[in-house]
Design a protein around this ligand. Sequence first.
Ligand code: GAP
Length: 457
Amino acid sequence: MSNNSTKNEKMESIVSLAKRRGFIFQGSDVYGGLSGTWDYGPLGSALKRNIMNLWWKMFVEDRDDMYGVDAAILMNQKVWQASGHVATFADPLVEDLKTNQRFRADHLIKDAGFSADGLTFEAIDNLIKEKGIKSPSGNDLSPVRSFNMMFRTNVGPVEDESSISYLRPETAQGIFTNFKNVVDTFYPDLPFGIGQQGKAFRNEISPRDFIFRSREFEQMEIEYFVHPEKWEESFEMWRQLVWKWCEAIGLPSSSVHELEVPAEDRAHYSKRTIDFEFDFPIGREELLGLAYRTDFDLGNIQRVSGKSMEYSVKGTNEKLVPHVIEPSFGVERAVMAVLSTAYTEDEVNGEKRVYLKLPAHLAPVKYAVSPLLKNKPELVEKAKTVYLMLKKQVGAVMWDDNGNIGKRYRRQDEIGTPYCIVIDFETLEDDTVTIRDRDTTNQTRVKISDILPPARA
Ligand code: GAP
């Protein structure tokens, strides 16, 4: 079996587990789906929330130099004109000349084993001709054209030019437009940052690879405002913090790689970008980005709005428009990296076992509590007491009395529950329970009062 098909098998197994066990479903599935959209079920939403809460705690709550905001998704169209998104937020689109299906030219080129990085549309056309690249159905392709990825809408009852707005394609602009508000209300010292989490929307030409490339997704972004002469030290600080983040969500450092993005491939606003790539089952792809955005955004806001974005450096007469370091994290890619790291197959007592080796602080369920036998009222009653006690302390605790103990363990393994607690007849005598460890499958007897809750995310 080729390496690629093994990788795709792993991806398929993860997608199937995610659906089967209530993590992630196709969006609008009941009506045949809506391409590029995904719904998080009870376990998926808990996993995603744990990842997002960890980020918020690590990068906003625990730091003195960070402020959180939650800006509106719909913004004045001038935001997207000033930011350059109306003019340049576009991908190269080609059409299958027979089926009229549309594709991203750079993806077809990559699938054919070449690269479109840094190429102009003309050069892409030439490469397609030169290498004889066809559509996936084997047909000729149209010349490349630019396709803007923003979803356009109208705000209010009148549909004219002045009511045009866009679903935000990045959360970053909601931060930049609040820069002055935060400065004027909190008087932060430079350097300081503003963080935001929330939905972003991109009309991707070809959404693919499960949640990896979606049309609606979630970002966690920081704009870190710095003195223009000191951008390099803050860039380095965030580079290290990104590595800390990868470690905090349990990604092996050997699977994370830095890619210094060459000038011709960087976004229009960036003077330096490092893409942090991850070895996903679909291959090595971008997990998150770290960019030096200079004063591009605040400068544009100042120019277009006519309002000063200058910051008065405390204790000096210096006034300046700060420069910006931007670590930009995608939630879906974090979820996918965490799931693919956690997905494990092994053998227990000669039987294949599938389990999610999730870090306990990210696991949607921390403890499953069961009575050994569900038809023994005294066991059920005692188990309920333990369940309610833990639920109060930990929150994410599941009651599970379905099927025999072996089946319960398998079910909990599949959703990544680190510990299963079983109440048996011995419990009634000495207040001890069996705790079974997901990864080792070892069982130990522990006093109920000694059960330690795993750290909350
Ligand atoms: N504000 C900068 C910015 O948005 P980006 O590299 O376009 O930069 C940042 O996006 C991150 O958002 C990516 O590294 C990725 O994790 C996530 N992301 C971007 N497009 C996505 C998509 N279509 N589906 C899922 N995640 C996406």
